[in-house]
Design a protein around this ligand. Sequence first.
Ligand code: PMP
Length: 404
Amino acid sequence: MEFPIFMDNHSTTPVDPRVMEVMIPYFTKAFGNSASRNHSFGWEAEKAVDRARGQIAQLLHCQAKEIIFTSGATESNNLAIKGAAEMYHEKGNHIITVVTEHKAVLDSAKRLERDGFEVTYLPVESDGLVSLEAVKDAITDKTILISIMMANNEIGVIQPIAEIGVIAKEKGVLFHCDATQGVGKIPVDVQAMGVDLLSLSAHKIYGPKGIGALYVRKRNPRVRIAPLIDGGGHERGMRSGTLNIPGIVGLGEACEICEKEMTEEAARMKRMQQRLQSLIMEGLDEVYLNGHGEKRLPQNLNMSFAYVEGESLLMGLKEIALSSGSACTTASLEPSYVLRALGVGSDLAHSSLRFGLGRFNTDEEVDYVAKRVIETVIRLREMSPLYEMAKEGIDLKSVQWAEH
Ligand code: PMP
């Protein structure tokens, strides 16, 4: 076993050596600009881009020309939401999204609110799923866009995308899906799911960082979005800027590998996830699974360990890369807004860990991680007066704490 162990594959993934191999020539020998129409360097680059578009289209079940390359899912989400809002603002000014979305969606929506749009932030149930009734009820004659993610980056729950697609279609509302954590891990079919705009990112699927794509439906309906970046009119005018050819080649290859290996890989991930979960649950009491038990990515496990701070746990597990529900994007130790939206109390939200399994994890690593988590939780609980009191049967809620 090699240390440190990386089990934080929702944050990013290593580049698959097979992906790296196909990228390398495009840094040096085949360095052309795909917009150069008058020499072979340009043609070669264009050919590589076309191939990648085809590979992505195959994974999503769309046409190659419906793929717009971006710098990643943050940009794809911004482009989809702000681009659609600008294009359709005369039709209406209302957007629907969900409180557990990624910040790239929530903050784009907030920006639009400042520009006069109205946004409904739907709540989720305690399992992390949005209710279809709530989606339906939120739609008004002013609604132009619904933006709901496929799989959540913290708790891995998978939203009922195809059902939401049906609702959106019935009401004639565009449907954007941030599928960054879903693509390549679970089957995605933009036709069957009724998705009009879909965001993805290469670095979550063993491709390079800084490259992603937005699927923009061309037919039934033909979706139009205003660009965020103006310039040479690349990507059918929706995203100007010289294309990142090595990145695009890497994204295409990463998609093709996922398409070929997804079924087998998902089964392996599921086995590892279940093993990790049952080992931990057998070894410890007062452990709570966050998010729906079955409707979740096979790669994800998110658990709260009562009476233990997630951050202290991570401190005791330095040779393992995991995330805690209070880590966060900022230096502040706010508990995860996703867990809070599920109704998880602040204490349990602070005591959560996210395990993100990936292609390069092994069964041996799973066993090691489970063993070390159990040891560390037991050790921390031995030092916790609260845990001791709870074990003695004292109802902690009834305790009157002295004020200082
Ligand atoms: N959406 C989701 C659900 C994500 O998990 C992430 C990455 N954390 C993003 C969007 C942003 O992707 P990128 O890093 O490619 O900008």
